[in-house]
Write a protein that binds this ligand. Structure first.
Ligand code: ARG
Ligand code: ZN
Ligand code: CA
Length: 323
């Protein structure tokens, strides 16, 4: 595509100079008029002059056409949806840890449903919160490549060893353009972890998930609905824990009620917390809490805005729009 753009730009610049006359004489079969004046719109000629003399304008012109092409190629969809390319890096010791292609497809489908708001359990969103649910966040995911590597390691930590070949892992594939997801056999009590957008494009940028909590079929209850990935991708797209990682902390999202701390298991709705003297019904069913997979089923509208912001053309993760 880049090549085509280059030729297109060269063609515009080269043809510009020799279009000197705005009108031209053409002969007609009609005997009553031997010479007619043809109308002419000089916009392209003016543009060509601009592009010829101004390298910055040439760059802007190329960017415009890349943006158009991204929509045509389905990378940024016409309705503004960003379709994020995913590379899954699997580090396995046992054959069970070497997750099947269908298990990986299942996890991608779960991400797509959860970020589209088409997850079947969205029907459980309490009426109190249905007006501020995200619905379709306009973020989608598509698998580009799966990289597999066998390892003798029985346990991984949170020191990013899995993200470097030199420490027994798999190097990220172009992390500014692809969302890298690593699957490891075991991280002890940790289901997964993520980097936030300030790490965009760094060697360690992406999400790690322990194999038992990846996908659905054969996954380990109560984390067997693929929601660890939904939660970690939330972080990757700039969402904080709903309790703000502090007692009555701030998640920088105004429509998620302030709550005293994390929730676990399957809380019963409604559940009230008091922060700064105000009692509120809390949104423990949010993907950014710590409840069981079956107990989390929504993002809020405010969270949707935050995730979309990092994916705009000026956002920290704009690189994900390109491929
Ligand atoms: N990083 C969190 C952990 O390791 C992920 C929690 C995801 N929650 C879930 N229900 N899957 O605990
Ligand atoms: Zn988290
Ligand atoms: Ca909040």
């Amino acid at each position: 595509m880049k090549k085509n753009l280059f030729y297109l730009i060269s063609a515009v610049v080269l043809t510009a100079c020799n279009s000197s006359s705005e009108t031209e004489n053409i002969t007609s079969d009609d005997p009553s008029s031997t010479i007619v004046e043809r109308r002419s719109c000089p916009s392209e000629e003016i543009r060509a002059e601009l592009l010829k003399n101004d390298p910055a304008a040439r760059q802007r012109y190329a960017n415009v056409e890349v943006g158009v092409q991204n929509v045509l190629d389905g990378k940024v969809l016409a309705d503004g949806t960003v379709d994020i390319p995913v590379v899954v890096n699997v580090l396995y010791r046992t054959s069970a840890e070497n997750l099947s292609d269908s298990r990986i497809a299942e996890q991608i489908a779960i991400l797509n449903a959860d970020f589209a708001g088409t997850n079947t359990d969205a029907s459980k969103i309490p009426a109190e919160f249905s007006g501020i649910k995200a619905g379709d966040t306009k973020v989608r995911f598509h698998l580009v490549k799966t990289v597999r590597k066998s390892t003798a390691k029985t346990k991984w930590g949170t020191n990013d060893a899995m993200k470097k070949a030199s420490s027994g892992g798999i190097d990220a594939t172009s992390p500014s353009s692809y969302f890298n997801l690593w699957v490891v056999g075991n991280m002890g009590g940790i289901l997964g972890y993520a980097t936030f957008p300030e790490s965009a494009g760094l060697w360690n940028d992406g999400v790690v998930i322990a194999a038992p909590y990846f996908g659905k079929t054969g996954a380990t209850s109560p984390y067997n609905l693929g929601r660890t990935a939904t939660h970690e991708v939330g972080h990757y797209l700039n969402l904080r824990h709903i309790w703000g990682d502090a007692t009555c902390g701030n998640d920088l999202v105004s429509d998620t009620p302030t709550q005293t701390g994390a929730n676990y298991g399957k809380p019963t709705y409604p559940k009230y917390n008091t922060c700064s003297g105000t009692s509120r019904s809390i949104m423990f069913m949010n993907y950014m809490d710590y409840v069981d997979d079956a107990a989390m089923f929504m993002f809020s509208a405010g969270q949707k805005s935050r995730t979309q912001s990092v994916l705009t053309s000026t956002g920290a993760r704009s690189g994900l729009r390109v491929y």
